[in-house]
Design a protein around this ligand. Structure first.
Ligand SMILES: *Cc1c(COP(=O)(O)O)cnc(C)c1O
Length: 386
């Protein structure tokens, strides 16, 4: 289906709501029935029917349909956060006695899920260097049932060869899930490479306006139905119709925003590479990126996230650089309209806490929708104070 068809029309029926161009927010908790017979029939098909908004809601369903089409999967579910989406998929599909393979440097809260929560339910884990496909194969145990991937990952953008990982998983009857937040379905469609479940933080580009926290799981109807009955309905991990509506509103401009952010980030990363005060730039679509060939093979672009190592070992100098930035706001998260900066140095020198494994001169910027030259001016004046 054409991307424009999905973002503009799919799942919408103006005749149902007075010809309004924008769909309504069906802000209701429950739905009425005309007869006991109709009601009885609905409760036998809870996955498909509107009975109660903890299950189905028409506004949320319209969004689910668009998301599934974007990832070219049969169905999708929307959760109140990306972290909830990952946790609910894993907890719905795994059981005690099983083993999960997870890439070495996943999103921080995914690490907590795998290393701290799952063991409490008798699930063991291996963290594996995802850039090494052979290491992933070696990590498979007889009780391995789940493989968690994130490509590119959060701070240093390491990739996994998705087709190769999917093949290993298929040979061994392992379910695969990828966090595809970075690339979005615009630049990478993992289901077409054989990955079973595609997860997103809708908080980032899908919504794109820094005003909703949500998460997404896309997959086959069979898997989505399993997660619907367990992690979604039983754990009650749902999104409000109003938030679903906001994400659909964000999706109207999804293609424009993601392309703009990517193209500006590419330009800024090329500029950064020429700065003497910058030691190394990490951006998957730069020829200098260690896995550039793989990036070109499985991605059409990537998020407007650029990491770089400043030419210093000093936390204070990184701090001075970051504090001098005016147009990049100092904040976590990314994917909105506004450019952001996140220095690893901020996680250093905290009383009673260990320093993080990544070095303090690593800085990650998110390039938003502003003019890239306007953003370069800001980086230039901040580098000058270092
Ligand atoms: C932000 C983020 C998450 C977590 O999403 P929330 O919506 O904040 O729970 C997970 N994975 C990646 C790659 C992220 O950037």
């Amino acid at each position: 289906m054409h991307l424009s068809e999905i973002l503009t029309h799919l799942g919408e029926d103006h005749e149902k709501y007075f010809g309004a161009t924008a769909p309504p927010v069906i802000q209701t908790s429950n739905f009425v029935f005309k007869s006991v017979a109709e009601f009885r029939s609905a409760i036998q098909h809870e996955f498909d029917e509107h009975i109660y908004t903890r299950g189905n809601n028409p506004t949320v369903k319209m969004l689910r349909e668009k998301l599934a089409a974007l990832e070219e999967t049969e169905d999708a579910l929307v959760f109140p956060s990306g972290a909830a989406a990952t946790a609910m998929a894993v907890l719905s599909l795994m059981k005690s006695g099983e083993h999960i393979i997870c890439i070495e440097k996943p999103y921080s809260w995914t690490r907590t899920l795998v290393a701290e929560i799952l063991p409490r339910f008798g699930i063991s884990y291996s963290f594996v260097d995802g850039t090494d496909t052979e290491a992933i194969r070696q990590a498979v145990q007889p009780n391995t049932t789940f493989m968690y991937l994130e490509s590119p990952n959060s701070m240093t953008f390491e990739l996994q060869d998705l087709a190769a990982c999917a093949a290993i998983a298929k040979e061994n009857g392992i379910a695969t899930l990828i966090d595809n937040t970075n690339c979005t379905p615009l630049f990478q469609k993992p289901a077409n490479l054989g990955i079973d479940l595609v997860m997103h933080t809708g908080t980032k580009y899908l919504n794109g306006h820094s005003d909703v926290v949500c998460g997404v799981i896309c997959g086959s109807r069979k898997n989505i139905e399993k997660i619907f009955h367990a992690g979604y309905m039983t754990f009650g991990n749902i999104i409000s119709p109003h938030d679903a509506w906001l994400i659909m509103r964000g999706l109207r401009t999804f293609e424009l925003r993601v392309k703009r952010s990517y193209e500006s980030a590419l330009k800024i990363s090329q500029w950064l590479e020429k700065q003497p005060k910058v030691r190394q730039v990490l951006f998957p679509m730069l020829p200098s990126f260690p896995q550039y060939e793989l990036a070109k093979k499985q991605m059409k672009g990537c998020a407007g996230l650029v990491s770089f190592y400043l030419d210093t070992e000093s936390v204070e100098r990184v701090e001075a650089f970051t504090d001098k930035l005016e147009r990049f706001l100092l904040a976590v998260s990314w994917g909105g309209h506004e450019s952001l900066v996140m220095p690893m140095a901020a996680f250093y020198n905290m009383p009673g806490k260990e320093n993080p494994p990544l070095p303090p001169n690593l800085v990650r910027i998110y390039v938003g929708l502003e003019d890239p030259d306007y953003l370069i001016e800001d980086l230039e004046q901040a580098l000058a104070v270092m």
